[in-house]
Write a protein that binds this ligand. Structure first.
Ligand code: NDP
Length: 487
């Protein structure tokens, strides 16, 4: 049984109470994890605050970068072991968790490159004898809360820009998959980060609530569902703390008749059945041009039927179990809702037999879905695809945008003019053309509408963890009129 430990002020901690973490493939507890008390959260925030003021704020960028690079090296050297832990914790297939470790190291290196390049600007003013410049300053302690579906990859969107810009952090992973975040906290200590720069507290939503509501937190970054995100936004608003929200999605993946249909089918399958559909960017609404509807739907159903379900630790497995029991029950209930509302069940539609003991759901495809149905409107966060036919470009854009969410979208077309026209009209933070679920440290990521606000990755992420300080200097030596402001 793996014994996970929190990290507070650079030291591993067992906590006073512990809970079990279940492997969704075996159904067995495989690790125990501490439940942080509010006192633990207080100590973590205090350590992060002290280190921010005493050390980290004034640590030169080049040194922050060196430590981040050391952490990237350590993460890569332990990638196989940590990926295996993540797969045990949330059931995601090893071929993906292993990639995610590389992605996390890449993000650390990308943002390490900015740590000594956080330039301000000189600002020309109207008056001679005045000099104005800006600098970027860290907020202090950042509270980082992540979801269970990709603990390390989600943290890799937050931790590197937070550290590069000079913030210290307290991280709270999901109770459903905490182990690898604890490991990363230990690796940070091993990499040489001063105690208190990277703290990890574990437990359920109450711990997240204590952290995001803590008066010592100067910045919050949250990844999770839109309902919890709304609660976090309310807590942040009470104290006017800046917030980045990465929330849910119901992303449209649009296939036009002029597309390379073989590639589009692969992209549609990757979009919804990759990670068993448990990704915020899942292309869960497939909008298909009516002239190619039958052909595309048929090819997807055929490929869905051949997806290899099984042990997520087996590199040959394409789809693992879903991550936890509440999630399993919710997906099945939404499949039932699709049936009740009259969507045509083309394949799947229930638990998978014979794939193993775990929480397996058969890759499920509904056809002839209308936009108002629950399976077309609600985030399912599972391997369930809703195919919606459309007749022309305007209708495709209207259906794509007629949703509360705005995280991602895909467009499959061989017509470059159409690609530009459609991407420009889509209300989504990320749009892919002739690909789906591709990601890069350099490319900004985030949502609009109920998918949240703020951006992770890319240069844009630096702005999330810094505020601009403007400094105005009067070197004219002239006396000013004390009763009138100078403009
Ligand atoms: P939740 O919103 O339930 O949980 C997210 C995190 O918030 C967890 O660590 C959770 O802890 C914690 N939490 C729970 N209650 C509170 C609270 N009151 N205050 C502060 N933190 C709290 O999301 P899920 O775990 O269900 O994750 C799935 C959701 O995440 C989906 O909607 C998905 O789309 C979204 N997501 C978004 C991504 C993006 O980048 N946009 C990426 C990945 C997922 P605990 O789990 O221990 O209860």
């Amino acid at each position: 049984m793996k014994h996970a430990r929190m990290v507070i002020d650079g030291a591993p901690e067992d906590g006073t109470a512990r809970f079990e973490s279940f492997n969704p493939y075996t159904g067995q507890a495989w690790a125990t994890v501490p439940t942080a008390t509010t006192g633990d959260v207080d100590r973590a925030v205090e350590a992060a605050t002290r280190t921010f003021h005493d050390t980290w704020r004034t640590t030169p960028g080049v040194q922050r970068a060196r430590l981040m690079t050391a952490l990237a090296d350590l993460l890569e050297s332990r990638a196989d072991a940590i990926a295996e832990m993540e797969t045990r914790d949330n059931g995601k297939v090893i071929r993906e968790t292993r990639n995610q470790m590389g992605f996390a190291a890449r993000n650390l290196r990308f943002f390490a490159g900015y740590a000594d390049k956080l330039y301000g600007r000189t600002v020309p003013l109207d008056h001679p004898g005045m000099f104005d410049f800006t600098r970027r300053r860290p907020y202090g302690v950042a509270g980082l809360v992540t979801a269970w579906n990709s603990p390390i990859a989600l943290l890799a969107n937050k931790l590197p820009p937070a550290l590069a810009t000079g913030n210290t952090v307290v991280v709270k992973p999901s109770e459903h998959a905490s182990v690898t975040t604890c490991e990363l906290g230990l690796l940070a200590a091993e990499a040489g980060f001063p105690p208190g720069v990277v703290n990890v507290v574990t437990g359920d939503g109450a711990v997240g609530d204590a952290l995001t509501g803590h008066p010592g937190i100067g910045k919050i970054s949250f990844t999770g569902g839109s309902a919890t995100g709304t609660r976090v936004a309310e807590a942040a608003a009470r104290r006017l703390v800046p917030l980045t929200l990465e929330l849910g999605g119901k992303s449209p993946n649009i296939v036009f008749a002029d597309a390379d249909l073989d590639r589009a089918v692969v992209g549609a399958v990757a979009g919804i059945f990759g990670a068993a559909g448990q990704t915020c960017i899942a292309g869960s609404r497939l909008l298909v041009h009516r002239p190619v509807y039958e052909r595309v739907a048929g090819a997807i159903v055929e490929r869905a039927g051949r997806i290899r379900l099984g042990d997520p630790l087996d590199p040959g497995t394409e789809m693992g179990p879903v991550a936890n029991r509440p999630q399993f029950d919710r997906i099945l209930a939404l499949i039932e809702a699709g049936r009740d509302e009259g969507a045509a069940l083309l394949t799947g539609g229930g638990p998978a037999e014979g794939a193993g003991e775990g929480l397996f759901i058969r890759p499920t495809v509904f056809g002839d879905v209308s936009p108002g149905m629950r399976v077309a409107a609600e985030e399912i966060f599972g391997p369930v695809l809703s195919i919606i036919p459309f007749d022309d470009e305007d209708e495709a854009v209207r259906i794509a945008n007629d949703i509360d969410y705005g995280l991602a979208a895909g467009v499959w077309t061989g017509d470059i003019d159409r690609a530009h026209r459609v991407t420009e009209r889509l209300e989504a933070g990320s749009v892919w053309v002739n690909t789906y679920r591709a990601t890069a440290a350099q490319a900004p990521f985030g949502g609009v509408k109920r998918s949240g606000y703020g951006r992770e990755r890319g240069e844009e992420a630096l702005a999330e963890y810094t505020y601009v300080q403007n400094v105005m200097i009067d070197y004219s030596g002239a006396a000013r009129d004390p009763f009138s402001i100078r403009t």
